[in-house]
Design a protein around this ligand. Structure first.
Ligand SMILES: Nc1ncnc2c1ncn2[C@@H]1O[C@H](COP(=O)(O)OP(=O)(O)OP(=O)(O)O)[C@@H](O)[C@H]1O
Length: 239
């Protein structure tokens, strides 16, 4: 079966610097793959390449078996992307944000559809009409995920999705991501969080200075030995 996401010998140069070097991996349907690495390892750049915002200098990325750069709109329409800072508007309510962004994506949703999505992400009823500027980071994250759900894309890309969330919000978020994967969505997330990656992912890849230096099957609560963590994070770019 064709993997929904695949990087084939992907190399990337940004501003003259080699950012990714011969990276290959694929993510199967319904799988959660976490790319783990230090600052500057190339995690966000990998996501931006799948979205067609960055062009490989060698190799290619494929979405549902098709080279992204041969049809960027097709790749983007298959993907919901959550950047590190949720990109919804603070001066609008959750209802208004979702209506507006779905409209931009050429979709429409009834109030009932919106409420059903908010239920799935457990965004409280009373919050839905409130402006997002009064939300906590976890609530904004829920609203952004609700939007991703309503777009009904087969693929979800998550950039540091739990940074700044409290431990309860992180657990809720991980449960939600697992539910999405078990309903068939394919998920690629990038993170610094070793523990969280092992909690939520099926597989973890270690990215070190643009090279994929290892990958392994993850299990909740597993410990990665210090040597492995240091191998991934050593020589990271100074933050
Ligand atoms: N807008 C940009 N223009 C040019 N180079 C960039 C740009 N953004 C990032 N880079 C470079 O690309 C490399 C990889 O950065 P990237 O943001 O992909 O890493 P990351 O693993 O996501 O890091 P972090 O964990 O700090 O977010 C770094 O060397 C960085 O300096």
């Amino acid at each position: 079966m064709t993997a929904p996401l695949e990087a084939r010998s992907l190399s990337l140069v940004r501003d003259g610097n080699a950012v990714l070097d011969n990276v290959s991996f694929s993510v199967a349907q319904g799988e959660i793959f976490a790319l783990l690495g230090g600052n500057g390892a190339g995690k966000s750049s990998t996501l931006l390449t799948f979205l067609g915002f960055l062009q490989p200098s060698a190799g290619e990325v494929l979405v549902r078996g098709r080279s992204v750069h041969s049809d960027i709109p097709a790749a983007r329409s298959a993907i919901a992307y959550l950047p590190e800072a949720a990109s919804l508007y603070g001066h609008m309510s959750a209802y208004e944000n979702l209506e507006y962004f779905l409209d931009l994506a050429g979709r429409s949703a009834s109030r009932g559809d919106l409420d059903a999505a908010f239920e799935r992400v457990a965004l409280a009823d009373e919050a839905r009409s409130r402006r997002l500027q009064s939300y906590s980071k976890g609530m904004r994250q829920k609203a952004a995920i609700a939007l991703a759900l309503l777009r009904e894309t087969p693929i979800l890309l998550l950039d540091e999705p739990t940074s700044g969330l409290d431990p309860v919000a992180i657990d809720e978020f991980h449960d939600l991501v697992k539910k999405l994967a078990s309903s068939g969505q394919t998920i690629l997330m990038v993170t610094h969080d070793v523990y969280g990656a092992c909690q939520v992912a099926d597989r973890v890849g270690l990215l070190r200075r643009g090279k994929l230096v290892g990958s392994f099957a993850a299990e909740p609560g597993m410990r990665i030995d210090t040597e492995t963590v240091h191998a991934a994070f050593a020589e990271r770019e100074a933050a």
